[in-house]
Structures are given as structure tokens and as C-alpha cells.
Design a protein around this ligand. Sequence first.
Ligand code: ATP
Ligand code: MG
Length: 212
Amino acid sequence: MSTGRFITLEGIEGAGKSTAARFVAEHLRGLGHTVLATREPGGTPLAERIRALVLERGPEPVTPVTETLLMFAARALHVTNVIAPALVRGEWVVCDRFTDATRAYQGSGRGVDPALIESLAHAVHGALNPHLTLLLDLPVTEGLRRARERSGVASDRFEAEAVSFFEKVRAGYRGIADAEPARVRTIDALRPLPEVQAQVLAALRPLTRGAA
Ligand SMILES: Nc1ncnc2c1ncn2[C@@H]1O[C@H](COP(=O)(O)OP(=O)(O)OP(=O)(O)O)[C@@H](O)[C@H]1O
Ligand SMILES: [Mg+2]
């Protein structure tokens, strides 16, 4: 049995992660792989409940550290109960956001100590890191425009953030891509969809070649 591969999609709101994730899953299925498509925060029944907690806009302030702990609490469930077992079964896992989102949003965006994030990442998923991460990169204003065109007014606690917050998140993501060029492929997400898909296919090719 061939071993599974773990592919994640990252980027700011409206960058096209979910659109690209569906495309990746369909492409891999077309190659004959069994694909588990999932997302974060969430991906298990309990983790989806944590997602609802962390995204809801309520009166009580949520500190950046609380947000970070909730993200990793959800991730611990997701990794243990869904992602790791699927990879052991030889499936390919396509995940819409993973730990890079915590690094970018809670770390770069909200100023949470990167050492805390890396310590939690180590505790929660140790050596399990994505084989490939597709970073959908585009200007913040275009991402927010697409997200709001799709879902109307800002709907969750993150979408309600200011442009300056997402500029920090975007810079955080680009820093990760610069630091880990072998794992993270940056996709120019401003391009029309067929061109984005062509970039995605090119990024997948090293992984799909020879992994029948
Ligand atoms: N390359 C593209 N060009 C133009 N529009 C696009 C492109 N890719 C996706 N879109 C559109 O932009 C909107 C946002 O895309 P999508 O939902 O995939 O983004 P996302 O990164 O998953 O957003 P979120 O962070 O809010 O989940 C959708 O309406 C989608 O159809
Ligand atoms: Mg999405």
C-alpha cells in the first residue's frame, strides 16, 4: 500500500483556498488516489464545535492566547481522530488551513509568541507536517472583496478585522514560504481561476509523479 500525502492550503480570507482545495481533491481522485478533504479549524464533530466558538462574534473578549489554545485543541482532535488515521490507511489528505494559519493569524497577526505556537505544534502533531502547502497569495483588499462578494457583510470574528490585520497575516504567510521553500509553494491567486489551477497542478506534480 502506498503511503498517503498531506497537502494543506493557506492564505488570507477570500484567497481561493476552498476553491483550490476542491480542485486538488478532484485532480487527485482522477489519478486514482483516495482523498480525504477536510478543513480547520474543525474536521471532527467536536472540533467543529470549537470552530463555532472561535469564530462567533460575542460580547466577551477572546485573548490571542485563548484563540491559539482553541485552535490547537481543535487541531489535536483533528490530527488524532481524522488526519493521522487517514494517512496510515494510505489516503491523501487535503486540508483547508493547518498550523501555518495559526502562525500567520495568531502569531504574525495577533502577536502571540512564536515559541508558544511551535511548542503547541510539537505537542499536538510532533513530526506530522504537510508534505506540500499551497499558499494562495493575493493583495488583502482583493481577498476581502472576494470574501465579501461571496458571503455579504463580514460574517465572523476574523472577517471583521481591519485591512492592517490581514496585511500582517499575509506578511506572516510570505515569511513562512520564504523560510520553507521546499514545503510551501506560493500561488499567485490574483490570476484568473484557470491560471491559478495551472499553478496548482505544477506545484502538485513533484508529489504526484511516481506516487501511483
Ligand atoms: N482565481 C480566482 N479569481 C477570481 N475569483 C476567484 C478565484 N478563486 C476563487 N474565486 C472566488 O472568490 C471567492 C472566494 O473563494 P474561496 O471561497 O475559495 O476562498 P477562501 O480562501 O476559501 O475564503 P475563506 O478564507 O473566506 O474561506 C469565491 O466566490 C470564489 O468563487
Ligand atoms: Mg474557504
